[in-house]
Write a protein that binds this ligand. Sequence first.
Ligand code: C5P
Length: 297
Amino acid sequence: MSVTVRVPAKVNVRLAVGPARPDGFHDLANVFLAVSLYDEVTAAPAPSLRVTCEGPDADRVPLDRTNLAARAAELLAARYGIEPAVHLHIAKDIPVAGGMAGGSADGAGALLACDALWGTGASRAELLDICAELGSDVPFSLVGGAALGTGRGERLTALPVGGEFHWVFALADGGLSTPAVYAEFDRLTPDAPAPDAPPALLDALRTGDTAALAGALANDLQPAALSLRPSLADTLAAGTAAGALAALVSGSGPTTAFLVKDAESARSVAAALTASGTCRTARTATSPAPGALLLTP
Ligand code: C5P
């Protein structure tokens, strides 16, 4: 018997970052939007905890206890006083260390899969609690759709989305370390103001207005990501030149995100980005996407 859960990637349509807190984290106003790139996590009984991974970037995924999927199984098992005797297999399609919450997705997916496999029957509130312990972005991977994350990003308020948005994502070679990008943010922004999510952005999501959303996209981590990886400016320029309505770094990068008018524009912008030589490859996706979903009973 095994259980498979599908989990989406995310893009931050507004990532407003405040000053560093005493605990080292930053207060955020983080508007998450789930997009239709997915990892699948399968949980099956095993003699002891084991993680395997398949997919184009599988060799860059840690298979030890630092993998959020493994930590999710351990946290759930510890809460219910059981052994985390499970084989977690990750079919990875979300870029690794790319600023699209791929590791967080695997944490949320493993949690839901283990809960179903072990019949622990954790409540939604308990699952969200464990997600927040795993990482700031993990609760959103569980719920999907669109949400405003405050605190360090883990306190979620669901946001209504009135239409479908089309995206292109340009994948870069290698990853960027999230702590390194935040440290660079601190260096570049010594007096960061309190973060907020502008009403124009929330209106654009609510009405499904792509042009308005394009005008409201913003990521406070973008200057830091560009400082650490200057070549991303060429990728952003290539996507804009190819007809994207707006371009920004996704989360802490190095994936770049391009909002486009429709599916046809997504295909042509993706082809132009791939041909530009400024990225490893480009993917198209739509949003909003549902959160972690059980595929098998
Ligand atoms: O919560 P998570 O483990 O994903 O965070 C990874 C790192 O990103 C943290 O150790 C911290 O350096 C940085 N971070 C932050 N403020 C946040 C979220 C993450 O400084 N709100």
